[in-house]
Design a protein around this ligand. Structure first.
Ligand code: 5GP
Length: 504
């Protein structure tokens, strides 16, 4: 059994006022751009918009994908002229290839104003709901299109637009791609929807449209609750503390706030889930669609853009505990991997702002600063140069004398450069003092220091540190580049070093 909507017979032009009454056009006298392909739905849109008293401009977008598509513009132009509407024709270039439907839609949107009206009917609404369901959409996707000036015909059925065209003596353009089974929408239209109606033993289009309307109400309520629960989605604590259904919405809203980004890379549910894990502390940072990246820093989330602003790196897991191979000598973290990542991000942001006009030469002090240097360089959004020097200070195993031997000198010439020394840790300050004098003698334009760690109250010389990561208590520490006898540099956090008792 095939269930098809009862044909209403050719609508008479005098049926137009009652059709208009079921539409959601702006009030009479308002300007309205109508996207008109020349099919029966969009021709009916044009007829009804004019009848509703709008000041209508019909826009035909030629995708130039089929031979003869240019002639369709002429059809639309003639109907617009007959109705007294303005007309314009736009051409877009859509290369053949995969994802054609979506690319054609994007190209069309790019030449139409955002509030352009389309001729989607209730039948299109039902198809959208089913197609979205198959694509894995949740509540918002199942709410499909909202009635209003952008979708004024959602209460009409397709057979009504066809009947209206017939009654008006309009011959709609027939787009053969509407029958092409390669497009999901066409299979939903020609196969799935009829099957649903057979199984339900009634026309399911109004049922689906009604469900979409109810779901849109639910979605709007949840959206309001989410905005109240998490007014600022970059507040990691608020996100982590909110009910997950609201937190998800807050994240999605945040990630789609930038229209440009959202248009091309709408966030998938997996991305939203990962951002929530960053908020709750399970991860430090994560990638989201389009090369964007969300990172937590001091209780706040920051979203940083693509185009090389932050080099994409893999999602990082917080690993603050002591690995089994270090447990004999390594104590609890003094600065966790998570806090390190957040602070390095902040330092990078500050350096980016301070040196925006004159990117610095970063001078890393080997070997201790190697990991800090590599993370910091990637957190700086400027074309920095890097160079390294290696020093070795004479002294006891855990205390420097301040007499420094240059083990590896710089390759770069410092004259006239803005130099930023990247140091791992400052204890007495003697090593840095020596280095500063050594580098200053080479005539840099400026010489500043970025030290990751400074030990509290230990300095024997005045320090002039432009950037400091953390001030830590005075204990010998290892990890994140810092060693004892070359061991423990690869710990992800900075830990207190607790030498094993000899002879046990
Ligand atoms: P300062 O001259 O400031 O007393 O000492 C600086 C140098 O001593 C650092 O560059 C580092 O190589 C080493 N150092 C100082 N404190 C520590 C520490 O707690 N752990 C490690 N691994 N090295 C340290």
């Amino acid at each position: 059994m095939r269930v098809v909507p009862a044909p209403v017979g050719p609508a008479r032009p005098d049926a137009i006022p009652s059709l208009v009454g079921r539409c959601t056009f702006p009030s009479p006298g308002h300007d309205l751009v109508c996207a008109v392909s020349g099919g029966s739905d969009s021709l009916a849109l044009l007829v009804l918009a004019v009848a509703a008293g709008c000041r209508v401009t019909a826009v035909h977008v030629d995708h130039a994908l089929r031979p003869g598509s240019g002639a369709e513009a002429a059809v639309v132009g003639a109907v617009a002229a007959r109705l007294g509407a303005d007309f314009s024709s736009r051409q877009v270039v859509v290369e053949p290839g995969p994802n054609l439907e979506a690319r054609a839609r994007a190209a069309r949107r790019s030449v139409l104003p955002v509030d352009a009206a389309t001729g989607h009917t209730m039948d299109d609404q039902a198809e959208t709901i089913l197609a979205n369901l198959l694509r894995g959409a949740a509540l918002d996707g199942l709410g499909a299109m909202a009635p209003g000036p952008r979708h004024p015909l959602l209460a009409l059925r397709r057979h009504e637009t066809e009947a209206l065209c017939a009654a008006m003596g309009l011959t709609p353009v027939r787009d053969p791609s509407n029958d092409d089974p390669r497009y999901l929408r066409n299979r939903v239209r020609h196969e799935l929807l009829p099957l649903c109606s057979v199984l339900a033993r009634r026309d399911v289009v109004p049922i689906l449209a009604r469900q979409a309307s109810l779901l849109r109400d639910d979605a709007a309520l949840l959206e309001g609750l989410a905005a109240d629960a998490v007014p600022d989605p970059s507040d990691a604590g608020a996100l982590a503390g909110a009910p997950v259904a609201l937190a998800r919405r807050a994240v999605r809203r945040w990630l789609t706030e930038d229209d440009d980004r959202a248009e091309h890379h709408p966030p998938g549910s997996a991305s939203v889930a990962r951002v929530l894990e960053v908020a709750t502390g399970r991860w430090v940072a994560t990638e989201v669609e389009g090369g964007w990246r969300v990172r937590r820093s001091g209780g706040r989330l920051a979203l940083r853009g693509p185009s090389g602003k932050v080099r994409p790196v893999k999602t990082e897991r917080v690993a603050s505990s002591v690995p089994s191979w270090g447990q004999a000598e390594v104590g609890e973290p003094v600065v966790t991997a998570e806090a390190l990542a957040a602070r390095v991000f902040e330092l990078g942001t500050a350096i980016t702002a301070d040196y925006a006009d004159a990117p610095p030469l970063l001078v890393g002090v080997l070997k201790g600063a190697m990991i800090f240097m590599s993370d910091l360089a990637r957190a700086i959004d400027l074309p920095v140069d890097v160079d390294f020097m290696a020093v070795s200070s004479y002294g006891s195993a855990t205390r420097t004398s301040g007499v420094v031997r240059i083990v590896k000198d710089l390759d770069a010439d410092l004259a006239g450069r803005h130099v930023l020394v990247v140091e791992d840790i400052i204890d007495s300050g003697l090593t840095l003092n020596y280095l500063r004098r050594y580098l200053q003698a080479r005539g840099p334009k400026s010489l500043e220091v970025c030290a990751l760690l400074v030990k509290e109250g230990e300095q024997r010389v005045p320090l002039d540190l432009r950037y400091v990561g953390f001030t830590i208590p005075s204990a010998f520490v290892v990890g994140y580049g810092l060693d004892v006898a070359e061991r423990y540099r690869n710990l992800r956090s900075v830990h207190v070093y607790r030498p094993a008792m000899e002879g046990g």
